[in-house]
Design a protein around this ligand. Structure first.
Ligand SMILES: Cc1cc2nc3c(=O)[nH]c(=O)nc-3n(C[C@H](O)[C@H](O)[C@H](O)COP(=O)(O)OP(=O)(O)OC[C@H]3O[C@@H](n4cnc5c(N)ncnc54)[C@H](O)[C@@H]3O)c2cc1C
Length: 385
C-alpha cells in the first residue's frame, strides 16, 4: 500500500524535471529505491518539448535519446527584415513517448500516477487523502511555485498539431515566423513539420499580461495556416502555456514560496532560461548532477539544489537584463526588433544563448552596436527606472 511505503528517494511531480531525474537515477544508481509520484494520469502531462542538439552535452545525450520523437537538421527564422536558415539540429519530445519511456524504465513499484501530494518535508510526504510516505530524501518537482517574488513578462501560446489535406513542403522547423502582425507584445508563429502532411503550429506572444485568449489565438492559427496555402483536415491535439519571462525579483523568496527546506528541481527551483522560459537544458543537467551525488538525504539534497538554483540565478543575470530591455525598454510593437537583430549574430553565439551558456564575449556582442530601441529607454530599463 502506498501510504505504508518507504523509499530512499521520493520525487514529487512526474513532469519534465522529475521524470528526467528518475530516468537518470534508474540508470546510474540502480541500487536506489525510488518513488515518482504524479498527480495526473500520465507522466509528462500534455506537452511537446523541443530543444537544440547543442543544448544537451554529448555525454548526457543517452538520457534524452529514447524520448525524442522528431528531429531535423537545421531550422529557420523569418523577420520583416530578413530570413535565415541555421544549421543546428532541432529535436522534439512528445509527452506520450515520455510517459511510455518512464513506464518502461521504472518498475511499477517505483511510480504512481493519479496521486496528489498535499505537502512535503525533506524526508516525508503527505498525500491528499492517502496518508504519509517516508523517504530518505524528497525532491519537489511540482512545476512553478508562486511567481509573486519574481518580476516577469510572459511568454504565452496556443499550439495545435494539425493534419493537412496536402503536403506542406517544409523540410525543417520555422522556430520564429515574426512576419505575422505584431499584437500583444512580440508575436511569432512556430511550425514543426512532424510528417509531410502534419504540422505543429504554435502562436506565441511575449506579452505584459498572463491572460490567454485561447479561442482567439486558436483562430489566428487557422488564419496563419490559410495564409500559407495549407488546409487543415483535422486538429489532432492542442497545448497551451503561460510561462514567466523573468527579468528581476528575489530568488530566496521564490524558493521559500515553493517550500523552504525541501529540495527542488525544474521550474520550482527556477531552473529555466530567464528569457525563453525553456527548462529542458537545465533539467537534463540537473538530473545528471543529481545522479552523481553521494548523499541522498533530505538535507543534503536541499543544500545541493539550493546551491544549484543560486548559481543558476547568478549566471542568469545577463538574460534578465535583456528581459528588462524587452519588457521595460521596448514598446510592445517594437519588441520584435530585438529578436530580429539578435538573429543577425553568429550561429555559435545563438546556440550558446539558447543553452544558457553565453560567454562574456557573446554578452558584449549582443549589447554592442546601435540598439534596436531608443538608447534612453534601453538605459532606463537597465537601470531599473
Ligand atoms: C505547453 C508547454 C510547452 C513547453 N515547451 C517547451 C519546450 O519546447 N522546451 C522547453 O525546454 N521548455 C518548454 N516548456 C517550458 C518548461 O520546460 C516546461 O514547463 C517543463 O515541463 C517544466 O518542467 P517541470 O518538471 O518543472 O514542470 P512540469 O513538467 O509541469 O511537471 C510538474 C509535474 O508535477 C505534477 N504535479 C503538480 N502538482 C502535484 C501534486 N500536488 N502532486 C503530485 N504531482 C503534482 C504535475 O502534474 C506535472 O506533471 C513548455 C511549457 C509548456 C507549458
Amino acid at each position: 500500500m502506498l501510504e505504508k511505503r518507504t523509499c530512499d528517494l521520493a520525487i514529487i511531480g512526474g513532469g519534465l524535471a522529475g521524470g528526467l531525474i528518475a530516468l537518470a537515477l534508474r540508470r546510474q544508481r540502480p541500487e536506489l529505491e525510488l518513488l515518482l509520484i504524479e498527480s495526473g494520469e500520465t507522466f509528462g502531462g500534455n506537452h511537446i518539448w523541443s530543444y537544440f542538439s547543442t543544448d544537451v552535452a554529448p555525454e548526457h545525450r543517452w538520457l534524452t535519446a529514447p524520448l525524442v520523437t522528431h528531429g531535423w537538421s537545421g531550422h529557420e527564422v523569418r523577420f520583416p527584415g530578413h530570413n535565415r536558415t541555421l544549421p543546428d539540429i532541432y529535436y522534439s519530445i512528445e509527452s506520450d513517448r515520455f510517459d511510455q519511456v518512464i513506464r518502461e524504465q521504472l518498475p511499477e513499484r517505483m511510480r504512481v500516477t493519479g496521486v496528489e501530494v498535499a505537502s512535503a518535508t525533506p524526508t516525508a510526504i503527505a498525500l491528499k487523502g492517502h496518508g504519509r510516505i517516508r523517504a530518505g530524501g524528497v525532491i519537489d518537482c511540482r512545476g512553478p511555485a508562486d511567481t509573486q517574488a519574481l518580476d516577469c513578462g510572459w511568454q504565452k501560446f496556443v499550439g495545435q498539431l494539425v493534419e493537412l489535406e496536402q503536403p506542406h513542403g517544409l523540410t525543417h522547423p520555422i522556430i520564429m515566423d515574426a512576419t505575422v502582425e505584431q499584437k500583444d507584445g512580440y508575436r511569432f508563429v512556430y511550425c514543426l513539420p512532424f510528417t509531410p502532411t502534419s504540422m505543429f503550429v504554435e502562436d506565441t506572444y511575449y506579452s505584459d499580461k498572463p491572460d490567454l485568449d485561447r479561442r482567439r489565438i486558436a483562430q489566428r492559427i487557422g488564419e496563419y495556416v490559410d495564409a500559407q496555402g495549407w488546409t487543415i483536415s483535422r486538429t489532432l491535439r492542442e497545448e497551451t502555456g503561460v510561462l514567466p519571462v523573468v527579468h528581476g525579483g528575489n530568488l530566496a523568496d521564490y524558493w521559500k514560496a515553493g517550500g523552504e527546506r525541501t529540495a527542488k528541481a525544474g521550474a520550482r527551483a527556477a531552473l529555466f532560461h530567464p528569457m525563453t522560459s525553456y527548462s529542458l537544458p537545465d533539467a537534463v543537467r540537473t538530473a545528471m548532477a543529481i545522479a552523481e551525488l553521494d548523499d541522498f538525504s533530505g538535507d543534503a539534497l536541499h543544500h545541493f539544489s539550493r546551491k544549484l538554483a543560486g548559481e543558476h540565478w547568478r549566471d542568469g543575470g545577463f538574460y534578465r537584463l535583456l528581459g528588462k530591455m524587452l519588457f521595460l525598454g521596448a514598446q510592445p510593437k517594437e519588441r520584435y526588433r530585438l529578436f530580429e537583430r539578435f538573429y543577425r549574430l553568429s550561429p555559435e553565439l545563438i546556440t550558446r544563448f539558447y543553452a544558457g551558456q553565453s560567454t562574456a564575449a557573446d554578452k558584449i556582442r549582443i549589447l554592442s552596436g546601435k540598439p534596436p530601441i531608443p538608447i534612453s529607454r534601453a538605459l532606463r530599463a537597465i537601470l531599473g527606472k
